[in-house]
Design a protein around this ligand. Structure first.
Ligand code: GRF
Length: 190
């Protein structure tokens, strides 16, 4: 079955690019049809331009505008939403409209190191400071609360003595690149 995905990202967008490349390379019927960001200077916009993916900037305020967002998603026939480093809360109308059709990746093993303020390097710093022996990724459905939707998949990596938060970030990113596209494909095949 054909699927059209919108990826929401606030920053670099390396996951967005990786997901796009994965589905292009395997010539999948899953297409990344739209990128949405809340930041006009996010690097993900440069990636979208390079990859020829339509991209729009929608501020946090506009994201709460139901008709604006609905129209946009309708225009691109979006049937699934992927959050890849998107830092804003998803409005309730969108969660209702895309019930079990929004997934997020979190760069730690939820339920640990989740919740408000726990994003990007904050997560990896907290993991190192706590002396954890492992970290990893969590891919989950999105519900009304930060990082609390049903967990779909987790993968772990070791945190070695002496690892910096940058080391942990790099191990976690490797897991994200390896598993996120495959898990999206798996969820869509159900
Ligand atoms: C990733 O680590 C993701 O898990 C987190 O934000 C980061 C986004 O990285 N939610 P990028 O923008 O895909 O490079």
């Amino acid at each position: 079955m054909k699927h059209k995905i919108a990826i929401l990202a606030s920053g670099s967008g390396s996951n967005a690019e990786n997901i796009f490349n994965y589905f292009s390379e395997i010539k999948s019927s899953i297409e990344i049809s739209l990128i949405i960001t809340n930041k006009s200077d996010a690097f993900v916009l440069k990636r979208a331009e390079k990859l020829n993916i339509p991209a729009v900037v929608i501020s946090g305020k506009d994201m709460k505008d139901e008709s604006l967002v609905t129209e946009l998603l309708k225009k691109y026939e979006i049937d699934f939403i992927v959050l890849a480093g998107y830092l804003l809360k998803i409005p309730d109308f969108l969660i209702r409209m895309y019930n079990n059709k929004i997934v997020n990746i979190h760069p730690a093993l939820l339920p640990s190191y989740g919740g408000k303020g726990m994003y990007g390097d904050n997560v990896h710093k907290a993991v190192v400071e706590a002396g954890e022996k492992e970290s990893g990724i969590t891919i989950h459905y999105v519900n009304e609360n930060y990082d609390e939707g049903k967990i779909i998949f987790q993968a772990k990596c070791e945190v070695l003595p002496g690892d910096t938060y940058e080391d942990v970030a790099s191990k976690v990113h490797k897991l994200e690149y390896e598993y996120f596209p495959k898990v999206i494909a798996e969820v869509l095949s159900k």
